[in-house]
Design a protein around this ligand. Structure first.
Ligand code: HEM
Length: 516
């Protein structure tokens, strides 16, 4: 009866929920909901139910959107209702991921963090991070030359090096770096806590009042461990920069710019502002490490699978660069290379259903973290009722594989974004969906784009990437298979990465990186 009364008050006109699998009383679509590669199941559901699918699992409502019309209507035009995140007390409150902009509830504090983040990560911001990106891309070339088989390891180091330098001006060590160890540990904890069912306190927040000596409260120990790690992740490097500023030896970084912009120590807002600054500097590793690593791994895989695309990009780079290394100013003269980057974002989506992975509810098999959108109010839309507390996902996979927009959507075809040899101004670029939606759209996408450009242009102009050779001496036919924790990484594969000429070897060996 209570359920009925609540429903009648919230939905007085008795509007139906949008179409979707109904499942059974109480458990809802528990058995229909996909446990793996959820974006493919959603894609099939759109064909059956239309481009907006609603279902419930154990009382939790879900809404999955399958077209730009739907994401535009809800995430953009009704952003004040569709921009929250589902509450995850284990992650935010107990493990102390409260510094992570991506997990903050929609509201005042989120807005302040986001504004500060964008001030430092949007294009053209000071301090500029392009010098760091160029330098690290070139270091990456040297590592590829010396140990090509370890390219996956080099990728992780490259990203860690860029993020730590940009965020804190810190140069990370090649191995056993304490900053990187802690940041990776934090990432692990964030992913683990995303698996609901693992931590019941996410479902029953009052469990926090049960004392720690009580049986079954092991989660408190886990939470304490990660809270300690997070304290170190956000405080240690920030304090290091403060000390460097005091000594007058700080290199330019997001943290130093934020610290220099803080109000005076006696100002009553100082502590609060300092908190925001500390959090903003710390979040890039969490949000950028796995996503960028996934993109670079896919790049190496795709180059093995599509040698023609590789050759065309190399021909363009050779023509424009004429033997020198790429700079950011070359970007606008490289339409095919730009098209290749767009196609990489489309063909292999890092986060195929925005940030919404099913693991939020119960999948332990497809372990992905989940930061989907969440409705903060009841809503009526297109004749349907959408309750407050609905988990809402944009299925970017369907949007970016729509055969009416992208012919042969499973094929990697950079030329789909070109017209008369230039980037087609009328093409639908993957940024419409690859980086999420509405007010929550990825604020790191400009930094991602520039990092990906400089690394890929540097690699392709100097190296050939081919599949490994089998026992019969013939190239192995690699299969694109994906899995992973935070994002959809290609599963481990080998590649033959060789310098394109002896001149390249000499040039990379003699690179002088000190002036950058
Ligand atoms: C290829 C690389 C990347 C991809 C595909 C990607 C994608 C995404 C997506 C899909 C979201 C969720 C948006 C939504 O909820 O609608 C997101 C959020 C976010 N991303 Fe990225 N991202 C990438 C790299 C980065 C990098 C390098 C940074 C940091 C410098 C970053 C910082 C963030 C932050 C802070 C959020 C949370 C925004 C919020 O909740 O308001 N991302 N990203």
């Amino acid at each position: 009866l209570q359920r009925y009364l609540v429903e009648r008050k919230a939905n007085p006109r008795g509007l139906p929920r949008p179409p979707g699998p109904k499942g059974y009383p109480l458990i809802g679509a528990l058995f229909e909901q996909p446990l793996q590669n959820s974006w493919l199941t959603y894609d099939n559901w759109f064909k059956r139910y239309g481009d907006m699918v609603y279902f419930e699992v154990l009382g939790q409502p879900f809404l999955v959107l399958g077209s730009l019309r739907r994401t535009g209507d809800l995430f953009d035009k009704r952003s004040s209702k569709y921009s929250d995140r589902p509450p995850t007390p284990m992650t935010v409150e107990h493990m102390k991921f409260d510094y992570a902009l991506a997990a903050l509830p929609y509201g005042y504090s989120w807005r302040r963090h986001r504004r500060a983040f964008r001030q430092h990560f949007n294009p053209g911001q000071v301090p500029k991070y392009d010098g760091t990106q160029i330098k690290e891309a070139r270091m990456f070339l040297r590592r590829l030359l010396n140990a090509p088989d370890e390219f996956a390891h080099h990728i992780h180091h490259l990203i860690a090096a860029i993020i730590m330098k940009v965020s804190y001006g810190i140069t990370v060590q090649e191995t056993d770096d304490p900053y990187i160890f802690r940041a990776q540990e934090a990432n692990k904890g964030f992913t683990d806590a995303g698996v609901t069912g693992r931590y019941l306190v996410n479902t029953f927040p009052a469990m926090k009042y049960i004392p720690s000596w009580f049986p079954g409260t092991g989660w408190k120990k886990t939470a304490k461990y990660y809270a300690g790690i997070n304290q170190l992740v956000s405080v240690k490097p920030f304090e290091f920069v403060k000390q460097k500023i005091a000594e007058g030896t700080a290199s330019p970084s997001v943290a130093s710019a934020l610290i220099n912009g803080l109000p005076a120590k006696r100002n009553p807002n100082r502590e609060d502002e300092e908190n925001v600054a500390r959090n903003v500097a710390a979040v890039s590793y969490l949000a950028g490490e796995d996503t960028l690593a996934s993109t670079f791994l896919s790049f190496f895989l795709v180059m093995c699978l599509y040698p023609e695309a590789q050759k065309r990009a190399q021909a363009e780079l050779d023509h424009v660069l004429n033997g020198r290394l790429p700079e950011f100013s070359d970007k606008s003269s490289l339409p095919y290379t730009n098209a290749l980057l767009h196609e990489l974002n489309r063909w292999h989506l890092v986060l195929p259903s925005g940030m919404g992975f099913l693991s939020y509810q119960m999948s332990v098999i497809d372990r992905r973290t989940a930061i989907p959108h969440y409705t903060s109010e009841d809503d009526e839309y297109d004749g349907y009722f959408i309750p407050k507390g609905t988990i809402v996902m944009g299925n970017s996979w369907s949007i970016l594989r729509d055969p009416d927009v992208y012919s042969n959507p499973d094929s990697f075809m950079p030329e789909r974004f070109l017209k008369d040899g230039q980037l087609d101004p009328n093409a639908q670029y993957p940024s419409v969906a690859a980086f999420g939606f509405g007010r929550r759209v990825c604020p790191g996408q400009y930094m991602s784009d520039s990092t990906i450009f400089i690394v890929i242009a540097s690699v392709l102009s100097n190296f050939d990437i081919r599949p490994p050779l089998g026992d019969d001496g013939k190239p192995v036919q690699l299969q694109p298979r994906f899995g992973g924790d935070l994002s959809a990484h290609p599963l481990p594969f080998e590649a033959r990465i060789q310098p394109r000429s002896s001149k390249v070897v000499e040039m990379i060996r003699n690179l002088d990186l000190s002036g950058l």
